[in-house]
Design a protein around this ligand. Structure first.
Ligand SMILES: [Zn+2]
Length: 239
């Protein structure tokens, strides 16, 4: 496992609440170290309720508000909403272009997103297809997208979005981790950041806290930590 020094990260996830679930502890720690974290939420979260009385526009607005509240807790400096339809994400050229544009706009050292190869988690969870598709599009946006001049030249380069080189990419929600962040001392704050997504965690309570601890403990397997967030990390430039 390698230490990673960086100043700025751009975090891509599919749904409002994904970033806190999958990387909230890491974000809290990185912000405390003085790093700047920008969050890019790909979908509008419009399918994130089983309540038949919930109105679509109200849910979208609530989830955006919840995401902004969570970002205040984790210390994210800016939240970008791309507004793709929840549950319908594809690895499209449109999404790749939007991601490349945000990478070129915010110029992070590292990007963070979901592992696109992740289908099954711990014999208990089939990964949401939006998570995989965001991961796939992000891979393309990272390489060859962000640093390649001709990629979407007239839509990006010719409009001033200059190519940008990344130092590393971290893919969370992964079955093949090679990098862990110790989140034991910030686990409580991470759980708090997840809990403000009220539309997603109405049953928030002791059971939820225990479940979050269980996941953090599971993610620590393979590391020396008790509670962790785990990533498949790719390092660029150093070969
Ligand atoms: Zn999600």
């Amino acid at each position: 496992m390698r230490d990673l020094d960086f100043n700025k990260a751009l975090v891509f996830f599919a749904h409002p609440d994904d970033a806190e679930f999958m990387a909230g502890g890491s974000i809290i720690k990185w912000v405390a170290e003085g790093k700047q974290i920008v969050l890019c939420v790909v979908t509008n979260g419009a399918n994130g309720s089983n309540d038949p009385s919930m109105k679509r526009e109200a849910l979208i607005a609530s989830r955006e508000e919840e995401q902004r509240e969570a970002a205040k807790i984790t210390g994210v400096s800016d939240v970008v909403f791309l507004g793709y339809e929840d549950c319908m994400v594809e690895d499209s050229h449109e999404l790749r272009r939007d991601m490349i544009r945000e990478i070129r706009r915010h110029k992070p050292d590292v990007v963070i997103g979901p592992d696109p190869t992740m289908y099954f988690f711990a014999d208990q969870y089939i990964n949401h297809p939006d998570h995989r598709k965001v991961g796939e599009a992000l891979c393309a946006a990272v390489s060859p997208g962000a640093a390649t001049v001709p990629m979407y030249r007239d839509e990006l380069f010719d409009k001033g979005f200059e190519p940008h080189h990344l130092t590393a990419a971290f893919f969370g929600l992964t079955n093949s981790p090679n990098f862990w962040v110790d989140i034991e001392d910030v686990l409580e704050k991470k759980i708090q950041s997840v809990s403000v997504h009220h539309t997603q965690t109405p049953e928030f309570g002791d059971q939820f806290t225990e479940r979050m601890k269980m996941i953090a403990s599971f993610n620590a397997e393979g590391s020396d930590y008790k509670y962790a967030e785990a990533y498949r990390a790719m390092y660029f430039r150093e070969r």
